[in-house]
Write a protein that binds this ligand. Sequence first.
Ligand code: ADP
Ligand code: MG
Length: 727
Amino acid sequence: MEKICVAVRVRPPICHENSSSNFWGVDDNQISLHKLHGSPISGVSYTFDHVFDENCSNSDIYELLTKDIIHAAVDGFNGTAFAYGQTSSGKTFTMNGSSNDPGIIHRAVNDIFQKINMISDREFLIRVSYMEIYNEEINDLFAVENQKLQIHENLERGIFVAGLREEIVNNAEQVMKLLESGEVNRHFGETNMNARSSRSHTIFRVVIESKGKDTGSFGDYSSSDAIRVSVLNLVDLAGSERIAKTGTGGVRLKEGKYINKSLMVLGNVINKLSDSAKRRAHIPYRDSKLTRILQPALGGNAKTSIICTVAPEEIHIEETKGTLLFASRAKRVTNCAQVNEVLTDAALLKRQKLEIEELRWKLQGSHAEVLEQEILKLRNDMLKYELEREKLEMELEKERRSHKERDQYIRDQLMMIENLSSLVSDGDGSSSQGSMKESPTEECHNRGDDFKTPCFKAAPKAFVAKRSNYSQLPDFSPLPDSFSDVADEDTWFKINKGYIADLDSLQTTPARKVQSFPPEDVTPNYLNKKYKKELQNLKRRLELVTEEKNELQRKLAEDIEVKDRLKGDISKLKQEALLAREMPQRLCGSVTSFKDTYEEVLSKMQRYTFDGKSSTAKLLRCISEIGSILFSTMETSISNTTDRHKLSSENDSLIQEYNKMLSEKLKSTITSLILSETASSEDKQTKTPCSCNFEVVAWSRYHVSILVLFFVMILGYFVPFFRTLIF
Ligand code: ADP
Ligand code: MG
């Protein structure tokens, strides 16, 4: 058991930030917060394995912190070195360095080849790969087409990224070229704090296989013929960032959230590992891809060093404190590193050995350089076949698992249907339920055997000579949960304020793979998609229903408006109808008063017709009679309208009779008027000396008759008019 080696590096102040003050004092392996130009602030002081001030170089860091791990990797120990810290604190500078001061990766690669060249009694095979974790997706930096790679774990290889391109290399220059080409594919972006901010975590991985040269002759392998296989991870993490400071939005904001979330998971893993009481509890490695890949380096079979980079400026004090807290907890984490020796075909080197020896034998006498080139080419070809085989194997495994899970799913559904039908029917459901309860596990085993992949390679018990107990973990890695719902500021505080999450409350991945990997049709991704789709459909339906509701509301409002308008019209019509109903009574009143006036006028006129026998008197009588007929007609008509129930053909015939009488009376009156006029003109001729009285009478008779006729015509006109008006 050995502790993780933790160091802190303070980068030089950046001139455009406030460089006047230096708040962090470095004294030997201690770093403390100082008052401006003053003494240290008590309680804010941390001690680590090493503390590097701003004047130190990458060379110093490599020598003191990383070199041992690299050498141990060559000797067969897994090793990991990673840089942790806020954005712009110097992580990439530490790992990659500059042309004047090469970083840890560059130095490590050189060192590996130097060291293996010095070891004459062992044969080495070096493979390198370069990946980035960008927005929780693993991308191959050596082959851009290899995106969204998955993490797997099996007995032979431990935890590995499936489908990741590995290149066999035999010198440092070759690695540098590959790294340069990989660097081009890496995600960088500009933020307020760093013009070239790493937006992803990168892992440069070196697999070192070695075998003693003095083993038996060609083709003769004994049990002592062990191959050492070690994995070295050199990790440049993306920095935790506070969106308020980095000023990122859009894509950068999304990246920032992923970065912060995965760093928070890393912090949680470290917290849990650093707490000895919790050590035996569940460690949430699977909550992020970063921690899952680095699992052996964090509390497992590896030698690990962490370089925590901090910025000295006052504005970064909070972040620096957060980084130092992380470093303090990491210091308490213990690993258990062992040399990894394998005895079977798991080591590529062993399988290649035969081929190489054969080739050497065949090419004896040719130029050594050509031979080496040929060997390298063959090795690479073989590696490619190896990857191909691995991919196929994984696909087969995936297929097998999905079959199994689908089968389980179908059985669950069947059971549900069975349960439901037994609930519905009152028959012998209980007994069938009982049998169903017992069957699944049994069936599962049987079906499991049906789909079992034939063993490709025998795995004897002595297969792994020295492999950590982590190889007992299930041979798959479920996808971590969605990262998109992380409140960034919140996460930042959790990372930097020394927040120790209640890890048991975190979403943890189930321990058994059967639960973790549902059938292909119901994988979390599939379910997510399905639920999202359903949600979208529901939303769309809700929108349609809302639209319909709005439309109905609009129509209702229109209807109410029309109804109000109609109500107004109806009340107006009612008023008019009331008026119309009152009209006959009013007319009746008017006719009565008119009749009275008429009778009064006639009686007054009759008083001037001395004896009552004159033609004028006759005329007036006639007029009186006509008038009374007219008024009677009018009164009958009006009374008909006031009481419609009484309206009958009888009344109609009465009116017609009145009309008839009226026309006869008019005719007789006009005839008598003409006769009297003729008589008066004859009298005038015989009695030439005319008296003044006769002239007056004749004149008045003439005018009165015209007036009466006019009056009668008006009345004759009004009677039908009243009738039409009333009916
Ligand atoms: P990070 O990777 O932590 O976001 P970088 O490594 O990109 O930060 O560093 C930010 C800037 O600071 C870069 O321009 C880098 O050259 C500079 N820098 C960081 N550390 C040092 C150092 N120790 N010496 C000189 N320059 C440094
Ligand atoms: Mg960086």
